[in-house]
Ligand binder design. Structure first.
Ligand code: MG
Length: 159
């Protein structure tokens, strides 16, 4: 069974992952409105991945304690540019990595080896998320005109 502190932390993470899904869906909407449907598709795929993260934690908490859901904050609706969106993704993923690391610390402090092991998957996942976000920033930073941006958009649409 999860102790109260661990359970509360994991429940907060469920909401954080759902917020991530919500954020990427909002980014997807912005990309579509900005005539970047490929990037919009990339963001929607990302949103679905975040939803799967939330459900993975939900399943763990529901099986080992009590999953409790709270309000999901509204995401922003506007960004300055597709590059700003990409930078937003990278900044957000760094924040999520710090949250997962804090949960690992809690698991260690609470001597909860099972949860620590459960979280190891998320630590690895965050490395990949930060890598793909950094690549996204790099791709968009290099796109200086409409033609280059269209090429990046087509590439992102393949995800
Ligand atoms: Mg996630």
């Amino acid at each position: 069974m999860l102790n109260e502190r661990m359970e509360e932390g994991l429940n907060k993470q469920i909401v954080a992952e759902l917020y991530s899904a919500y954020l990427y869906l909002a980014m997807s909407a912005y990309c579509h409105a900005s005539k970047m449907p490929g990037m919009g598709h990339w963001m929607k795929k990302q949103a679905l991945e975040e939803e799967s993260h939330a459900l993975k934690i939900f399943d763990y908490v529901a099986a080992n304690g009590r999953a409790r859901l709270s309000a999901i904050e509204a995401p922003p609706a506007e960004w300055d540019s597709p590059l700003a969106v990409a930078k937003g993704v990278l900044a957000h993923e760094k924040k999520v990595t710090a949250m997962i690391e804090a949960l690992v610390e809690t698991a260690k402090e609470e001597k909860d080896a099972a949860t620590e092991e459960f979280l190891a998957w998320f630590i690895e996942e965050q490395e990949e998320e930060e890598e793909s976000a950094a690549k996204l920033v790099q791709m968009l930073s290099g796109a200086q005109d409409a033609q280059a941006l269209a090429r990046v958009d087509a590439e992102l649409g393949k995800r």
